[in-house]
Design a protein around this ligand. Structure first.
Ligand SMILES: Cc1ncc(COP(=O)(O)O)c(C=O)c1O
Length: 379
C-alpha cells in the first residue's frame, strides 16, 4: 500500500470522529435529497425524453468506455496505488499539483466537504438565490447559518452584496455557481475579479464550475487562475456534465494545499478506480472533446432559443446546457403535464415559480420538447 493510500485510510477513519453526528446524518440523508431533486411527478411513459437532470444527452467518450471495459475484470483489487498518479494527471490537466486537488464522488462530495470545512452555526454559507440547492440545503440541515442574497434584475449575481454579507458576518463561505443552476446565467470575469480582490477577512469563495465548459460568452472565464495564484478560492469541477459521466461519480476541488487539507477529512474515500480510468481516458483526448461537445450543445441551444423567440416565449438567455423558460403557469403543473406527454423537465424552483428548467438534449429530443411545450401552453 502506498503512502497516499495509507493516508487516505487514516483520513477516512478520522473523518468519522471529526465529522460530527449531525453532518454524518446529513450525509446519509442527502441520497434521498438527490433522488428527490431528480424525481419527476408521476409515471414516465416508456419513450420519455429526459431533459430534467442537465446531463449530456450522449454517452461518455468511446475511449473512456473502452478503458472501463478493459479494467472491469480487475475489480477484485482495491487499486489504491493508482491514485497518486491519477491525482497528478488530473491536477496537471489544469496546471496544478496533486496537493492542490481533492477528488470526490462527483462534485457533490466536494461541495459537502467545503460546507463541513468552512461553515458552522456561527460561520455562514453565503449564496445568491436561487442556485443549486445541494450545498445550502446541507448547511441548513447541519444547523449552519445560511445567508441568501437576491438575484439582480437580469437574474445574475450581485457580487458586491455577497462581499457585504461576508464582511458583516465576520467571514464565511461564499458559494458562486458559474454558470448558475437554474438560471443558466454567468458571473463575468470582471465581477469575479472584483469579488476575489475584495474578499473580506476569513472569507472563502467556492466557485462551482459544473457547467463552465458550456459557456460561450467571451466575458466568462474559469476561476482556476485564482487557485494557481494561491487565493482563498476553491473551484469545484465535475465529470458528470460535458464529460457525460454522471453515473460514474467523479468530481474534484482545486484550491491551495492548506484549503485542500482542511476539506480532505470530510471526504469519504477514493472514487472507483473504474471511474478514474474513464476520467484519465477522457483527459487524454485533450481539449478537442470539450470544444466539440460545447459547439454541439451550443448549436442545439441556439436553435431552441430561436424557436422560443419565434413563439414569443420569454426565457433567460442561457450559457449552460439548460434554459429557464417563462410559462405563465405554475412550473409544477407544467412539469406534470409535460411528463404525461413524454418529456421530463427539471424540478420547480419556487423562487422562479412560473419558469421551467429544460436541459438541452439531442436535436430529436428538442423537437419533441417543442411540440409538447406548444401543446401544454395551448391546452
Ligand atoms: C451546479 C451543480 N453543481 C454540482 C452538481 C453535482 O453534480 P455531481 O455530483 O454529479 O458532480 C450539480 C448537479 O446537477 C449541479 O447542477
Amino acid at each position: 500500500m502506498s503512502n497516499r493510500s495509507a493516508s487516505h485510510d487514516s483520513e477516512f477513519a478520522s473523518s468519522f470522529t471529526r465529522r460530527g453526528f449531525a453532518a454524518m446524518i446529513a450525509a446519509g440523508l442527502t441520497e434521498a435529497a438527490f433522488a428527490q431533486r431528480a424525481a419527476v411527478p408521476g409515471e414516465a411513459p416508456p419513450d420519455t425524453v429526459w431533459l430534467n437532470g442537465n446531463e449530456f444527452p450522449e454517452g461518455p467518450p468511446k475511449a473512456s468506455i473502452e478503458a472501463m471495459a478493459r479494467c472491469m475484470a480487475e475489480a477484485n483489487r482495491y487499486h489504491y496505488q493508482e491514485f497518486p498518479a491519477f491525482y497528478s494527471t488530473l491536477a496537471a490537466s489544469e496546471g496544478l499539483k496533486a496537493e492542490q486537488i481533492l477528488v470526490g464522488a462527483g462534485s457533490s462530495e466536494i461541495l459537502h466537504a467545503a460546507v463541513d470545512a468552512f461553515t458552522s452555526p456561527a460561520i455562514p454559507f453565503i449564496t445568491p438565490w436561487p442556485t443549486y440547492e445541494a450545498a445550502p440545503e446541507l448547511a441548513a440541515f447541519a444547523g449552519h447559518r445560511v445567508i441568501k442574497t437576491p438575484l439582480s434584475s437580469a437574474h445574475g449575481f450581485d457580487v458586491h452584496r455577497l462581499a457585504v454579507e461576508a464582511a458583516a458576518a465576520g467571514g464565511g463561505l461564499i458559494y458562486l455557481c458559474n454558470p448558475n443552476n437554474p438560471t443558466s446565467t454567468v458571473t463575468t470575469q470582471d465581477e469575479m475579479a472584483w469579488l476575489v480582490a475584495n474578499l473580506p477577512r476569513n472569507t472563502y469563495l467556492l466557485v462551482d464550475e459544473a457547467y463552465l465548459h458550456y459557456a460561450t460568452a467571451p466575458e466568462v472565464a474559469s476561476a482556476m487562475p485564482y487557485v494557481r495564484e494561491g487565493r482563498n478560492v476553491i473551484v469545484s469541477r465535475t465529470f458528470s456534465k460535458i464529460y457525460a459521466m454522471a453515473g460514474l461519480r467523479a468530481g474534484y476541488a482545486a484550491a491551495k494545499p492548506e484549503l485542500i487539507a482542511r476539506m480532505a477529512p470530510y471526504r469519504n474515500n477514493v472514487i472507483s478506480y473504474i471511474s478514474a480510468r474513464a476520467v484519465l481516458a477522457a483527459l487524454d483526448l485533450g481539449p478537442k472533446l470539450i470544444e466539440e461537445r460545447r459547439a454541439k450543445i451550443g448549436r442545439t441551444r441556439s436553435e431552441v432559443c430561436s424557436w422560443l423567440d419565434s413563439q414569443g416565449i420569454v426565457y433567460i438567455p442561457p450559457q449552460a446546457n439548460f434554459v429557464m423558460i417563462e410559462t405563465g403557469q405554475e412550473a409544477a403543473e407544467v412539469q406534470a403535464k409535460m411528463l404525461a406527454k413524454g418529456v421530463a423537465i427539471g424540478r420547480p424552483f419556487p423562487a422562479l415559480r412560473t419558469m421551467i428548467r429544460v436541459s438541452i438534449g439531442t436535436d430529436a429530443e428538442m423537437m419533441k420538447f417543442r411540440r409538447v411545450l406548444s401543446e401544454v401552453r395551448t391546452a
